[in-house]
Design a protein around this ligand. Structure first.
Ligand SMILES: C[S@@+](CC[C@H](N)C(=O)[O-])C[C@H]1O[C@@H](n2cnc3c(N)ncnc32)[C@H](O)[C@@H]1O
Length: 220
């Protein structure tokens, strides 16, 4: 993983130019940052629905975003989505060039270190995410809640068996300490209210539930 953020252009990538990013942002009425974007289909769909917003997908795995990055850069006639861009990078590297840029932050069905940052949660790393948003920016996090009802899986992830982001009071406190409003927590069954490959895959089946954490950035 290179130390810098990279703009993904199909299978290729180049170092992210912060001036270019800020200029792009100025052309739109709002900026949304999707952290852990995966294959980027959520960003493509959201950007098509909101053409006056710049939608940015961030993920460490460039290859998974390559197809969406190619689609975004196609000509409009061929279904191009000029207001969607894809960046290789990790949540741990934030905010960097994204400092104070986003009016909205989404994190959908994270796994690995990103899941830990938002669900255990880790204050200093949450502060990195908070650093990407403007004051008042909306933040929506969707978690695969079945993770937290499977002690063996929790153990494999290195989580304590008692980790429960739906009830843990210290989770709310840590978000507040990191500069977010006290999150609202909602458990629900079935599909999430947006297109997400993983959201649908993970929640399919019997009693699978998702946990929605909804909050705002208080100050930056
Ligand atoms: C289950 S996939 C979800 C993808 C997409 N958000 C969706 O809903 O379809 C989890 C994603 O989190 C990303 N991820 C894991 N750790 C991360 C980190 N530290 N920073 C950014 N992304 C991370 C992975 O690369 C993966 O693409």
């Amino acid at each position: 993983m290179p130390a810098d953020f990279e703009t993904v252009v199909g299978k290729k990538s180049s170092s992210l130019d912060e001036d270019w990013l800020r200029q792009r942002a100025e052309d739109y009425s709002g900026v949304a940052l999707d952290i852990g974007t995966g294959d980027g289909r959520f960003v493509i769909a959201a950007a098509r629905e909101e053409p006056d917003w710049l939608w940015i997908g961030l993920d460490p795995v460039k290859e998974n975003m390559a197809k969406s990055a190619r689609t975004a850069q196609s000509s409009i006639k061929r279904g191009g989505v000029p207001n969607a861009i894809f960046i290789r990078g990790t949540a741990e590297m934030l905010p960097g060039p994204f400092a104070g840029l986003a009016d909205r932050i989404t994190i959908n069905y994270p796994w690995g270190s990103l899941l830990k940052i938002v669900s255990i949660p880790q204050k200093t790393l949450l502060e990195r995410i908070k650093g990407c948003g403007k004051q008042g920016a909306r933040v929506d996090i969707y978690l695969n809640y079945s993770t937290f009802t499977d002690p063996e899986y929790l153990d494999r992830l290195g989580f304590s068996e008692s980790t429960d982001p739906a009830t843990d009071p210290s989770l709310l406190e840590t978000y507040v300490e990191a500069g977010f409003a006290r999150p609202e927590r909602t458990l629900f069954s079935g599909d999430p209210p947006f297109k997400s490959q993983w959201g649908r895959q993970l929640v399919r089946g019997a009693d699978r539930q998702s946990l929605h954490l909804s909050t705002r950035i208080l100050a930056n």
